[in-house]
Design a binder for this molecule. Structure first.
Ligand code: AMP
Ligand code: MG
Length: 461
């Protein structure tokens, strides 16, 4: 199968996508509107590689895996017991059989059988020809070579696993777009396949912006804060299984911002930044995004995370055509693109600066978009429903995310409470949370005892 059969569509411009979406208003975009926009903006990357099964965990299949064999390859026993012809079972009657041999896992029994015979059999052993039922050992009594089965303890066909019941030869065992979880690795191995064809790893560059942002190791100074976003984003990206390109902290200075954007766009499929996208922000980040790319600046009807910039930063060829590369942009020798793949620059996610807003916009928008770019076809994890133990203030007409702790109530139902200060810069309440309470666009205040949706971190982090 040719895994490059689907040629990527040429990327669409912000204006083209905006024209397609009904009621698109960049100054009051709903969270759902953002998701619709991103689905149109990003495309799966097309390169793929073959990797050994131990390196395939978390990778996305570039092609269907067709089963070369049936699993299991033979009918076999699901229990330790005695195999016999289940046609001899009669309702209300005990059955007495003669044991004529033993079948072990890996050592089939192949003698001839008479009516009334049975074969002692171990779990996983091939069912002897003509036998279709296994009575577990604990349901029998024995007397020399006689095996007695009480009345009505089993039905014909019980405790037999059928050839191909897990996977049938020629069938699709795993579909292209599947992200390989531990069970899938085991399934691949059960087919006897030592390698799989996976989508190449997505490359995502990140940098923090802001004059007040200190790198670790720098002396604290008044009005400055240590860069926490870079580490949070590193963690989120690493868990997603992408290759992270860390470009550090970039001060609010045009030449340095330009160099960082050029470098990021030349090396990466996606560029994530934090800070400097607020409306009226007096810095150069927005201006540089505009200059180097095709970018939309949004005010999203959500909390936290209102300002966000999204678009495409021009790639190497376009950039070089626009102006000569800076000294920095030559340091990209490790970057190589598939000859069949166009590098049209990188998708840009300009996130707000507040640490919690970064995480919320990542969960809500960036993560699903990156999964799509990774070629992954899995549905987003379902939201959990839990009873709020407290009233929650909520303004209708925007989506609000609150940090919550979900636990099991004494009656067995799920309940959720918020975790302290919900300020958009307060990371400690994020650390104390095991999920985000999602208060949807149209909803107003929540009363104690109302059921709310929760996006659990387990599964998305
Ligand atoms: P901005 O979106 O640039 O207006 O930033 C909003 C708030 O987030 C400001 O208080 C910034 O100091 C803070 N902030 C921005 N970037 C970071 C970062 N990388 N680490 C920690 N805080 C940040
Ligand atoms: Mg700022």
């Amino acid at each position: 199968m040719n895994d490059r059969a689907q040629a990527p569509c040429p990327p669409r411009t912000i204006a083209e996508i905006a024209a397609e979406l009904q009621g698109y208003d960049p100054q009051a975009l709903s969270a759902a509107g953002v998701q619709q926009f991103l689905e149109r903006l990003v495309q799966p990357v097309t390169g793929s590689e073959t990797v050994g099964i131990f390196d395939a965990l978390g990778r996305v299949l570039a092609q269907d895996i067709v089963s070369p064999v049936s699993v299991p390859p033979h009918d076999n026993s699901a229990m330790d017991g005695y195999a016999f012809d289940g046609a001899q079972l009669r309702a209300g009657q005990a059955l007495s059989l003669r044991c004529v041999g033993t079948a072990l896992a890996g050592a089939a029994w192949s003698g001839t059988l008479q009516s009334g015979d049975c074969v002692k059999i171990m779990t996983g052993a091939v069912m002897p020809a003509g036998l279709d039922t296994v009575v577990p050992q604990e349901f029998t009594t024995t007397d020399g070579d006689r095996v007695h089965i009480a009345a009505d303890v089993l039905r014909r066909g019980d405790n037999r696993r059928l050839m191909g019941e897990d996977l049938s030869q020629g069938g699709v065992a795993l579909e292209r777009g599947t992200r390989l979880a531990p069970a899938a690795l085991g399934l691949v191995a059960s087919l006897g396949l030592p390698t799989v064809r996976v989508v190449r790893r997505l490359r995502v560059a990140y940098f923090s912006t802001g004059d007040e942002i200190l790198s670790l190791g720098e002396q604290p100074r008044e009005g400055a804060v240590y860069d926490s976003n870079r580490y949070t984003v590193f963690g989120l990206l690493t868990r997603l299984g992408v290759e992270v390109i860390d470009l550090g902290v970039v001060p609010d200075e045009p030449a340095q911002l330009e160099a960082a954007f050029r470098r990021a766009a030349a090396q990466a499929d996606a560029v994530i930044t934090s800070g400097g996208v607020s409306v009226g922000e007096a810095d150069h980040t927005r201006a540089m995004m505009k200059q180097l790319g095709d970018v939309a600046f949004w005010r999203i009807a959500m909390r936290p995370g209102r300002p966000m910039a999204v678009g495409r930063i021009a790639g190497r060829s376009t950039l070089q055509a626009k102006s000569p590369p800076s000294a920095d942009s030559t340091e990209t020798s490790s970057y190589h693109i598939d000859s069949n793949e166009q590098h049209d620059g990188a998708v840009l996610f300009g996130l707000p600066g507040n640490p919690v807003a970064v995480m919320v916009t990542f969960f809500a928008f960036v993560r699903p978009a990156l999964l799509r770019m990774m070629g992954c076809s899995e549905a987003p994890p379902p939201l959990l429903r839990a009873v709020s133990t407290e009233p929650l203030r909520k303004k209708a007409g925007r989506t609000e995310y609150q940090r919550g702790w979900v636990s099991t109530a004494p009656d067995g139902t799920l309940q959720v409470r918020t975790t302290g200060n919900q300020g958009s810069g307060v990371l400690s309440s994020m650390v104390q949370a095991n999920g985000l309470i999602v208060l949807h666009h149209g909803h107003g205040h929540v009363a104690a005892g109302d059921t709310v949706d929760v996006m659990m971190f387990e599964g998305v982090v």
